[in-house]
Design a protein around this ligand. Structure first.
Ligand code: 4AD
Length: 459
């Protein structure tokens, strides 16, 4: 009998063993009465040598068909080992086609997943890329996902999620799940998907914001959630999706909001350390297709005040609206200034003006024009925002009204603070952004398995 084996586990020590392997027919080359079939599983490949009658059958296999080979593991000859860099091959005795791929694939697995920027940068580097636009690759995402870089991106994503949960659990946080069908917008603003909930107006949650705070009202001290977040974005950018995966945290605060910053610091440094320690193969696979430099971050994350940040920008000649939010360009520029001055590409900007933060943000007690809030940046782009929350129901009501929010739609949320709620705060990060920016990728669609953007609802 043949023992089932994975391509990645085939080593020279397995020579002589009879194995059965299932994978994709990546390439077939016929030569005389032989055929050489490259079989792929995830990013691992093995050459299968087919002779006799089966060689004709192998030569007719369409690329990407799912096939089974049964045969004996062998050591390739020296010159083959040198040219293919393969340690082992399979001498095929039986070959089955399990699921046939169409003979003309709409896109090829081999070409890089490209968008206009990729093509331009390849051109600048003197490389030639067949121009298949990112949109077309996304139309055929199931084929696109089979490239080594894409396989690696989603392994990295899975490790980010794992490391996030692990770091939080070690700090005493419990994972939980909040409803995604809610009665009112959780972040305010227009970017909300409205729907009909059995005759009642409702929307898809723009964040777990309201319910994660209510969990604290419910007596939980430290909670986190990994779950879907919906934003009816109406601009088409490199970093906004209509559905993404939120990494959310909420916790009671003893003294002040810096306790929340401390958690951000420890959790994200732990995530980055975990990736660097355990994902070097994946990061290299990504780098081969999308070159990037490793992220520079400090053991203890740098915190600078909003006022200090805007001062640095003004000194560099960048216009900043007084008490305003930073534009995408200003954020990018500040990222460069901070990197040059402090040698880090990961930092927190703290104490934003209250006016540019959501209604639930706690103003500073020493100067209510500013708030106990922060954004966190990677390579000059936002990955996290967080704050201490208002836990006084009257003040919360006035803040919501001042921002034009219909308080009736969030009445149960506001009321939940009438029964005694300790001071609390938290933060939210976007999983796709974390992976995109850690890996220096220029487009968030690369880090979403099946991206949802203003123009895309399929596949
Ligand atoms: O900055 P946001 O909107 O903050 C909140 O949702 C708050 N409830 C967080 C809190 O606890 N105070 O979103 C948080 C993060 C952003 O930093 C960004 O990483 C990501 O979510 N994000 C998006 N990712 C992809 N597409 C979008 N349209 C995103 N909008 C926000």
């Amino acid at each position: 009998g043949y023992a089932w084996a994975d391509v990645a586990s085939l080593e020279p020590a397995a020579a002589g063993r009879a194995v059965r392997v299932r994978g994709a027919a990546q390439r077939v080359r016929a030569k005389g009465r032989m055929a050489f079939l490259v079989l792929r599983q995830a990013s691992a490949t093995v050459q299968c040598v087919v002779s006799g009658e089966a060689a004709r059958f192998a030569a007719g296999l369409s690329r990407e068909s799912a096939v089974d080979v049964a045969g004996v593991v062998a050591l390739p000859r020296e010159h083959v080992r040198e040219t293919t860099q393969q340690e082992v091959e399979i001498q095929v005795q039986k070959l089955y086609c399990i699921s046939r791929a169409v003979s003309k694939l709409p896109i090829s697995v081999d070409d890089a997943s490209q968008n206009e920027e990729d093509v331009a940068s390849a051109k600048a580097a003197g490389k030639q890329l067949a121009h298949v636009g990112q949109d077309k690759r996304l139309d055929y995402r199931v084929i696109d996902l089979r490239t080594p870089a894409n396989q690696a991106i989603f392994q990295v994503q899975s490790e980010v999620e794992y490391a996030f949960r692990k770091a939080l659990r070690s700090e005493g946080f419990h994972g939980f799940h909040t409803p995604k069908l809610i009665s009112g917008s959780s972040e305010g603003g227009a970017a909300v998907f409205k729907l009909d909930y059995k005759g009642q107006p409702a929307c898809l949650a723009q964040s777990p914001q309201l319910h994660k705070q209510m969990a604290v009202s419910g007596g939980f001290q430290r909670v986190f959630e990994v779950g879907p977040v919906y934003r009816a974005e109406d601009s088409y950018t490199h970093r906004h999706l209509c559905e993404f995966t939120g990494l959310d945290v909420e916790m009671t605060i003893r003294e002040d909001y810096s306790e929340v910053c401390d958690v951000v610091d420890r959790v994200f440094v732990a995530i980055f350390d975990h990736l660097n320690k355990n994902c070097s193969k994946e990061l290299e696979a990504i780098q081969r297709q999308y070159p990037f430099k490793p992220l520079k971050y400090l053991e203890k994350t740098l915190r600078i005040d909003y006022c200090e940040g805007t001062r640095m920008l003004k000194e560099a000649g960048v216009h900043v609206e007084p008490m305003g939010d930073l534009s995408t360009e200003a954020e990018k520029k500040l990222g460069e200034l901070v990197r040059d001055k402090y040698d880090t590409e990961f930092y927190m900007l703290c104490r934003y003006p209250s006016a540019v933060r959501p209604f639930y943000t706690m103003p500073c007690s020493d100067d209510p024009l500013y708030s106990y809030s922060f954004d966190v940046f990677v390579r000059g782009e936002e990955i996290i925002s967080g704050a201490q929350r208002v836990h006084d129901p009257e003040y919360l009501t006035s803040q919501a009204k001042a921002r034009g929010i219909d308080v009736n739609t969030i009445a149960t949320y506001i009321d939940s603070f009438r029964y005694g709620t300790p001071p609390h705060g938290g933060f939210g990060a976007g999983l796709e952004r974390v992976v995109m920016l850690f890996c220096g990728l220029g487009n968030i669609r690369k880090t979403s398995l099946f991206p949802r953007d203003p123009r895309r609802l399929n596949p």
